[in-house]
Design a protein. Structure first.
Length: 249
């Protein structure tokens, strides 16, 4: 009897450790941006210009980036997988712009670094999750059964779809999106204009991987950030320019 009790206790302890380990680790995402889809939404272009652009780009309109998210119940940090960007064939490389998203769940604070419009901005404010609507739809993403949730970016006028895994009990996610009852494994921005998909996931104990590096830039809050984006998008469209050459889509 004692042996059976010991076995049950050991199994329960191992199960508990396994469950705990699932809320901390690193996930790698592939971010794919489709320029022809983005240009198709530009109201200043007529249909002939859009068709010509689609013909010119063909199937070579994808812009791929590797991103990573360090996550734990305490905080998450999302940035480029590498500071140096490189084409698939390795023939061309470039310096990645400054971009980092940190969510401090314990302190309910957010810090973001955005290099855009010729400057580097440090966005600091209280933590406010997007308004999500969870739907009764499921699909598999990288081996995990995920549920669908939708939201909206009212500043950029984008529809947002997230697929999150309840098996990974942390409310983190890629880009500026979080706040669901499970890790976001796939993010769709504006019905396929940008798709960010988890390609690799490893659970491990983190040390300082969610801490912020030294920050340099102009400090702003969420209200100032939204106003900055709104003015840029409005002025760009009026001037018949794609605003998303200068800001992240």
């Amino acid at each position: 009897m004692k042996t059976s009790v010991c076995i049950i206790c050991l199994w329960a302890a191992c199960f508990n450790i396994s469950a705990q380990n699932k809320d901390e680790g690193v996930v790698t995402y592939e971010r794919v941006q489709y320029w022809t889809k983005i240009y198709a939404r530009m109201t200043y272009l007529n249909q002939e210009e859009k068709d010509r652009m689609k013909l010119t780009w063909g199937s070579d309109d994808e812009w791929k980036l590797k991103m990573k998210l360090n996550f734990s119940p305490r905080a998450s940090l999302y940035t480029y997988e590498s500071e140096q960007g490189q084409t698939d064939d390795g023939t061309y490389s470039w310096r990645q712009d400054d971009f980092l998203i940190q969510r401090n769940f314990e302190q309910s604070r957010m810090t973001e670094i955005h290099e855009m419009l010729g400057k580097t901005y440090i966005l600091e404010d209280s933590l406010t999750a997007p308004e999500w609507k969870i739907l009764n739809q499921i699909k598999e993403v990288n081996g995990y059964l995920c549920m669908r949730a939708v939201s909206e970016d009212t500043t950029k006028k984008q529809k947002i779809t997230a697929w999150f895994a309840q098996d990974i009990p942390v409310s983190a996610g890629p880009e500026r999106y979080f706040g669901l009852p499970g890790l976001i494994m796939e993010l769709d921005i504006n019905e396929g204009d940008v798709v960010i998909t988890a390609t690799q996931l490893s659970f491990k104990k983190l040390d300082k991987e969610t801490e912020l590096p030294k920050l340099k830039g102009k400090k702003i809050d969420q209200k100032a950030y939204d106003l900055l984006l709104w003015k840029h998008i409005d002025n760009s469209i009026k001037a018949r320019r794609n605003p998303f050459w200068a800001i992240r889509y």
